[in-house]
Design a binder for this molecule. Structure first.
Ligand code: PMP
Length: 353
């Protein structure tokens, strides 16, 4: 062992989904949006003066915050922006989860949560989902140093109803409750209105899914100005020029293009419901997802074998080699044409096994 190795921060990193290269592949493995970003956002980027890149970007991302504030009817000091919601969530862990008591998040959820907790040396407990894969709100009425869960949850896609979310926030006035709404635009009621009544609620969203901009990396948090200020203080102590100029331009223009956003989200919801219908007919079962993916299992098919068979056909989905999850494949909702290719493959595959 080298001398310096004992001072290294040991972490088990988060493993992102594969980003395979090629034109013909069907990529349903990382919950991206199959449709392009808003044409208006793209046009604004193309109109950007390249000379502007010479200077540092606005550290406060004021243009982007103003667009978000106008869209949600908030003040700019109720909004925090970051490089994808991963950055925002990481900053929120660092800012708010500083106590000795364990923070709480579900045992089946976004697998980055335990990674941040380990990185920042935050103790945590993971209450188990019930048999139907639902989060049990009562599990979050115990003593804790903070709470985080996605709504809808990942990788199940299941939505917790607004009343239950509010109960968790109300019963934990001394802890920050983070609701990770990465997928909320695909079919749920956002907890956002609750930030007016609860100063311990932070709602986090992203441009990666419903706004077709995973490659741009924009995420944001909304909450009481005191929460936002605490996060800004941590951010300015770490990296003040968080978001680059092209991202700020793309983000602001994308938010303004509400019509394109609604059309895209509507198409995905429609394809999702159609996909549920034919997948059920093929013998698959899954929680009733309100997100842009399905978490599906089949009583006669081995998930890992099917995962590889799909890959052979250049159809990429996500498989989690973990207890309780290893019977399932997480399948992102693509375009109608992509889902048709998947359907035809599965019909043939099921006939053969
Ligand atoms: N939260 C959840 C629940 C997610 O599934 C993801 C996507 N991996 C993220 C946050 C992070 O997304 P992004 O950093 O692209 O905003």
């Amino acid at each position: 062992m080298r001398g310096w190795e004992k001072y290294v921060r040991r972490v088990e990193p988060y493993v992102p989904g594969e980003q395979p290269k090629g034109n013909r592949l069907i990529k349903l493995n990382t919950n991206e949006n199959p449709y392009p970003p808003s044409p208006k956002a793209v046009a604004a980027l193309q109109a950007m003066e390249m000379d502007a890149l010479r200077k540092y970007p606005d550290p406060a991302a004021a243009g982007l915050k103003k667009a978000l504030a106008d869209y949600y009817g908030l003040a700019a000091n109720q909004i925090f922006t970051g490089v994808g919601s991963d950055d925002v969530l990481g900053m929120a862990f660092l800012t708010f989860f500083n106590g000795d008591k364990p923070i709480l998040f579900p045992d089946v959820t976004y697998s980055f949560y335990p990674v941040w907790a380990d990185l920042f040396r935050i103790p945590y407990k993971m209450p188990a989902l019930d048999e139907a894969f639902q989060i049990r709100a009562e599990d979050y009425f115990q003593e804790n140093g903070g709470i985080i869960f996605p709504n809808p949850n990942a990788p199940t896609g299941l939505l917790m109803e607004q009343g239950r979310v509010e109960e968790i926030v109300r019963k934990n006035p001394d802890a920050v409750v983070i609701v990770d709404e990465a997928y909320i635009d695909f079919g749920g009621e956002s907890a956002l209105p609750l930030i007016e009544n609860y100063d311990n609620l932070l709602v986090v969203q992203t441009f990666s899914k419903s706004r077709s901009m995973a490659g741009v990396r924009i995420g944001y948090a909304m909450g009481n100005p005191a929460l936002i200020e605490a996060m800004e203080n941590v951010r300015y102590s770490y990296n003040s020029y968080t978001m680059n100029l092209p991202s700020q331009i793309l983000g602001a223009e994308a938010v303004k293009d509400q019509e394109y956003f609604s059309q895209t989200v509507e198409k995905i919801r429609k394809t999702r419901e159609e996909t549920k219908h034919w997948m059920r007919k093929l013998g698959f079962s899954f929680p009733d997802s309100q997100a842009n993916f399905l978490f599906a299992s089949h009583e006669k098919l081995d998930a890992f074998t099917l995962f590889h068979a799909l890959k052979q056909e250049q159809i990429f989905v996500r498989y989690f080699p973990k207890p309780r999850l290893d019977r399932f494949l997480r399948i992102t909702i693509g375009t109608d044409q992509e889902m048709e290719v998947l359907k035809q493959f599965l019909e043939k595959y099921i006939r053969q096994v």
